[in-house]
Design a protein around this ligand. Structure first.
Ligand SMILES: *[C@@H]1O[C@H](CO)[C@@H](O)[C@H](O)[C@H]1NC(C)=O
Ligand SMILES: *[C@@H]1O[C@H](CO)[C@@H](O)[C@H](O)[C@H]1NC(C)=O
Length: 223
């Protein structure tokens, strides 16, 4: 896969660049440092180090500074590359089931952020961490969602649920007990919700199940 390729290549390239740069420095600087030995006290003075502490053989200040600078830059570049790669891998490499027929979607970072924000505003109080405050045995973990009737483990079925929620066994309408679109007159936060909002909220719920299954959906054995 392309993503994995660039991700692996980036640290290698950074490491190679660092090695090359250090190699070049080692090749050139020691000679220069010996030749410039008379300049050392000046450098020490400039850096505020007391004079007369020259008994210990010192690393060339130039080489030391350059090494630290290069190592710092390389480490920073490596970290930035790695975390950007990891974040992208997490979001875009997760296929979220859309319907019960095998259709899936990979979210973009923007969709995920949107879903998370909407979830936190509209659902987060009762479903903190994917649990369900009023009944911990029907949290938003994948097992609970899959065990409902009809199963609520796809984007479409969750959107359907938020439009017109039913009991876990699917037998009763609970739109006046659980926030819903069909009873939006009772649920102020649901009045401005578009179907796209429900979609993004649902996708976020399922994404959390794939990425942090051990933390999402309180009421499981992990808690
Ligand atoms: C979507 O995620 C799956 C892994 O779940 C991955 O195999 C696939 O390549 C991803 N698709 C895209 C377009 O990134
Ligand atoms: C929680 O939900 C389950 C499944 O619908 C139900 O069997 C159980 O009675 C509920 N518990 C409470 C305390 O409402």
């Amino acid at each position: 896969m392309m993503m994995a390729g660039t991700c692996a290549a980036r640290p290698a390239a950074a490491a190679l660049a660092l090695c090359l740069a250090l190699g070049l420095l080692r090749a050139f600087v020691p000679g220069a440092a010996h030749g410039a030995a008379a300049q050392r006290p000046a450098a020490a003075q400039a850096s505020g180090a007391p004079m007369g502490m020259g008994e210990q053989p010192q690393e060339s200040p130039l080489l030391g500074a350059a090494t630290r600078l290069l190592a710092g830059a390389a480490a920073a570049g490596l970290l930035a590359g790695l975390s950007a790669g990891a974040a992208r891998a997490e979001i875009e490499d997760v296929a979220i089931p859309v319907d019960g027929k095998g259709k899936t979607r990979n979210l973009s970072k923007e969709e995920l952020i949107r879903g998370k924000r909407l979830f936190n505003v509209a659902c987060g109080t009762c479903h903190v961490g994917g649990g369900t405050r009023t009944n911990q045995s029907v949290g938003l973990g994948i097992e609970e969602l899959s065990g409902a009737f009809p199963p609520r483990n796809t984007i479409d079925s969750l959107v359907d649920y938020i439009n017109a929620p039913t009991t876990y066994d699917g037998l009763k309408d609970i739109s006046e007990v659980h926030p819903s679109i069909i009873a939006a007159d009772l649920w102020p936060k649901m009045r401005s919700m578009k179907q796209q909002d429900l979609y993004d909220i649902s996708a976020y719920i399922l994404y959390q199940n794939y990425v942090i299954p051990e933390k999402w959906g309180g009421g499981k054995q992990y808690y």
